[in-house]
Structures are given as C-alpha cells and as structure tokens.
Design a protein around this ligand. Structure first.
Ligand code: KIV
Ligand code: ZN
Length: 517
C-alpha cells in the first residue's frame, strides 16, 4: 500500500510550461511573473514555471519566479540529460522550495521512433537522470512520458528504479490524451499494487484533452490514489490542452460525496486567474466553457430564471461567488477621489506602488470623462493596459481615422513616438484597422506577420471599452499585444504597438538595433 492515503490533493500548475507550449500562447517575463503571483495568491502548491534549457527566456522566467514567489514550490522541467538538469537546477536555485521535474518517454512507440533508444538504455537514463537531479534538490519528480501507452511491466520497472534513485513524485502522463477514465484509473491502481516501493512517492497525473477526457481521467485517478494533479488555467496546453485547473478544483469542491478530497487552492481567485491568462495569451475562453465561460452562470430561459428567483439551487450547483464571479459593480464616476480609487484597486487584488496608482488614477479620470458608468471590469482593463506599457520604444501620440459608407478608402493619420522621435504618416487601407496597421508598419519599418486580431468588449453597452489582442509573428517568434480604449480604433493601434514593443524586446535579446524607418 502507498502513502497516498492523505485526503489532500496537491495542485501542480503548468500554465507557464505546458500552457505556454500552445502555439501562439507566448508570454513575456513580466506576464509570467504576474501569472505566477496570482497562482501563489491562490495557494497553488507547485508552479511549473518553464523548461529552462528551452531558451534563455524560459530560464530567466523560472529563475525570476524562483526569486519572487515564496508561497509555492517552484518547478522547472528537464529532459534526462545532464545539461538539461544542470540548467534547470541553476534556474530554480533561488527558490525557497525548488523542484526538478525530469522526464523520458517509456512507450514502445516513443522509444523506437522518437528516442531511437532500446528499453534498457531508457531504463538506465531514468536512474542516471533522477540520481543526478537529487544532487541539487530533495524534491525530484520523474515522468514516464506517453505513460498511458507504456507496457505495464516496463512502467513498473522504471518507476521502481526512479524511486530507488530518489524521485519523490512519480508522474504518469496521458501525453496524447488517449486514455479513458476507467482504463487510466486501472493503470494507476496497477502501479500502486505492483511497484514495491511506491509508498515512498506521491503519484501524480498529467492528462491531455485530445478526447475531452483530461479532467475525467485526472479525477478518476484521484479516486484510486493519485494525490497530485497537473493542470492549467483555462485548460491551456499542447494541442487540445491539459486538464483545466478550475474544473478540477470545482469538481472536488462540488462533489465531496464522490470525491472526498481537499485542496489548498482558493477557488475565489479562479475568475481572476482565468481572465489574466486569457488576456495575456489572446486565447479567449469559449462562452460555454465550464466554470469560467461567460455563460457558465448565466440563465437565459424564462423557466430557468423563474426557478432561480425561487431558489438559486434549482439551476445552480455552485455559486458564482465561489469562483470569484461577482455582479458587475458600478464603482465610481468622474467625481470619485483618489482615496476611493486606491481602495477599489486593493479590493480588486492590485497592490500597486504610488506611481502606478497615480498613473491608473489619471487613466480612470480620462475614462470617466467619456464613459458615464465605470465598472470593476473597466478598472481591471485600465490597470492591465498600464501594466503592458512599460519602457516602450514605440508609443502612440495621435490617431485620426476616416471611414464610412462613402466610396473613399478608409484613411488613418497618426503620430508615433519612435525611440524618442516624433514621426507622422497618413495611410489608406482595405479597412480602418488595415490602414492603422499599415501606417504603424511604415513608421517603424517592422513588417511582422499578423496572426490574430481580436476585439472583446469589457462591459456591456455601446460606450464599453474595447480590449483588443493582436498576435504578431516574426522568424518563428510570436508575441501577443493588448490595448484597451473606449475607441476601438485606438485600442487596435495600442495593441499593435504593444505587440511590436514586445517583438523588439525579443529581437534585442539577440542583437540590439535602432529602428530603421
Ligand atoms: O504531456 C506530457 O507528457 C508532458 C511531460 C513533460 C510531463 O508534458
Ligand atoms: Zn503535457
């Protein structure tokens, strides 16, 4: 039998590692730090902050998060080679509690075609990698990649050796999202029954969602003894994603009769985390997504509304408050003072320095001049908008757009501050947004490929702020830019410029250069 008898489930978040591996979901350092801080506030047990050998950016993110975040274990991913593990160890060094997560494929398919290694060589690599990782930390997790398609005998042998070599967590991933809940649970049970030293490790699960089973598989595994669940905010991750953390947490919280387990995670911060991850990555959440979709707590039909008014439990199995969803609150108008504004920021979970509060307050006043009702969501958009614009080389000074039903091409006239120099352009385009983007390209000389242009209304009403996301790609590198404004064209320009500034940071990391145009 195993030590996995505690009723507490360890929540391991991999939004910043597996989540960031989704094509287009790239995040920069400050965005990763913001997400890590929210995860820490939520009391997530383990944050997998990146794959340090993958790039200098990944290394830096793990290292910085290890310095800043003290409430969660900070984990880095490493393949089985010494180079990977050394780099990972270096990255997690500043952490109060650091973990090395090392992995190698164990399925016949992966060993033969991906690794081109014999099973005996893979087995030795497991022993060597875990032994090496233990030189740096007592907290070592080992994963048998493509676990759900691995032969049982080989899985048991490698797990036993990994534990003997010092692994304290054994992760059995359903890497390709192939497993069915009963089958996956049976595999976990098989490991618990057959691996003689399994009582010395925690069993972890890491399920992908290719068949839409990631959460079901994870919870089925918990029911038979797994005690760590690897998951991501909004289910972000490779291909169809990973198990969604919000669904795991609320499944456990809502059905203790079937799942008599606890987690430390504060479910009330789920909505905040979901919105942040969605804004930063540009991956919008589908309206009918469980827990965090815009319609997850909306009741449209008359019969449902009638039932809800009589007793909310008629159609609501969880309260919106339990996931941090509160009624859109009218916060203040243009006469509200600085003190009330600061209080509101604190209530919304922002702990900003004096300068940032000052800046946000000015933006709030500007907004209140053009928008009668200012809601919590507006304040969040203002602060988020300020966050994304620090040390920018390109800034929007002025924009005017001409468009309409008359047969003239839409025209954008703009002035940008580029590296301290004011530059103006007038440009026509196939539409007003096209004209704006062409003008910005002309003034900066940067010609990236536009992968995504997306507009989202922050609140209801025609005076709502537009939150625009732009995804740009250059030489295989992608960046997401955001911009918010009551004028959709201004928000579009801000988002495009934000993405360009991020692209410049990425470029500068290899070769600093002046802007050519
Ligand atoms: O899906 C997977 O197998 C992984 C491993 C690295 C744990 O992400
Ligand atoms: Zn994965």
């Amino acid at each position: 039998m195993t030590t996995n008898t505690s009723n507490e489930i360890i929540i391991f978040d991999t939004t910043l590692r597996d989540g960031e591996q989704s094509p287009g979901a790239s995040m920069n350092l400050s965005e990763k730090i913001r997400i890590a801080e929210v995860l820490e506030d939520m009391d997530v047990d383990v944050i997998e902050a990146g794959f340090p050998i993958a790039s200098n950016g990944d290394f830096e993110a793990v290292h910085e998060i290890a310095k800043l975040v003290k409430g969660s274990i900070i984990c880095g991913l490493a393949r089985s080679s010494k180079g990977d593990i050394d780099r990972c160890a270096e990255a997690i060094k500043p952490a109060e509690r650091g973990r090395i997560h090392t992995f190698i494929s164990t399925s016949p398919l992966h060993m033969k075609f991906k690794l081109q290694m014999e099973p005996e060589e893979v087995h030795q690599a497991v022993i060597d990698s875990v032994t090496h990782a233990r030189n740096f930390t007592d907290d070592v997790e080992w994963s048998c990649e493509d676990g759900s398609r691995t032969e049982h005998d080989f899985m048991c042998q490698t797990i036993e050796s990994a534990i003997d070599a010092g692994a304290t967590t054994i992760n059995i991933p359903d890497t390709v999202g192939y497993a069915m809940p009963m089958e996956y649970a049976a595999m976990i049970e098989m490991v618990m029954n057959r691996v003689p030293n399994i009582d010395k490790a925690i069993i972890s699960v890491h399920c992908h969602n290719d068949l839409g089973m990631a959460v079901a598989n994870s919870l089925a595994a918990v029911q038979v003894g797994a005690r760590q669940v690897e998951c991501t905010i909004n289910g972000l991750g490779e291909r169809a994603g990973n198990a969604a953390m919000e669904e795991i947490i609320m499944g456990l919280r809502t059905r203790p009769d079937h799942l008599p387990f606890t987690t430390r995670v504060k479910s009330e911060l789920i909505t905040k985390a979901s919105r942040l991850v969605s804004t930063v990555t540009g991956f919008t959440v589908q309206p009918n997504k469980a827990i965090v979709g815009a319609n997850a707590f909306a009741h449209e039909s008359g019969i449902h509304q009638d039932g809800m008014l009589k007793n909310a439990q008629t159609y609501e199995i969880m309260t919106p408050e339990s996931v941090g969803l509160t009624e859109s609150k009218l916060v203040m108008g243009k006469h509200s003072g600085r003190h009330a504004f600061r209080e509101k920021l604190i209530e919304l979970g922002y702990d900003l320095g004096d300068n940032a509060v000052q800046d946000a307050f000015k933006r709030f006043k500007d907004l209140a001049d053009v928008k009668k009702d200012v809601y919590d969501e507006d304040i969040v958009a203002i602060v988020d908008d300020a966050f994304v614009r620090t040390n920018d080389r390109i800034n929007l000074e002025k924009l005017e757009v001409l468009c309409g039903t008359e047969h003239q091409p839409p025209k954008a006239t703009m002035t940008l501050d580029v590296d301290g120099e004011s530059k103006s352009a007038e440009m026509t385009g196939d539409g007003p947004v096209d004209a704006i983007f062409k003008g910005i390209k002309e003034l900066t000389g940067i010609e990236p490929h536009l992968q995504l242009y997306q507009v989202h209304a922050v609140t209801q009403g025609t005076d709502a702020q537009a939150e625009v996301t732009v995804r740009l790609e250059e030489d295989g590198k992608t960046v997401n830019g955001q911009g918010a404004d009551t004028d959709t064209m201004v928000a579009s320009a801000k988002a495009y410029i934000n993405a360009l500034n991020k692209l410049l940071v990425k470029r500068e990391k290899t070769a600093p250069s002046a802007l050519s145009a």
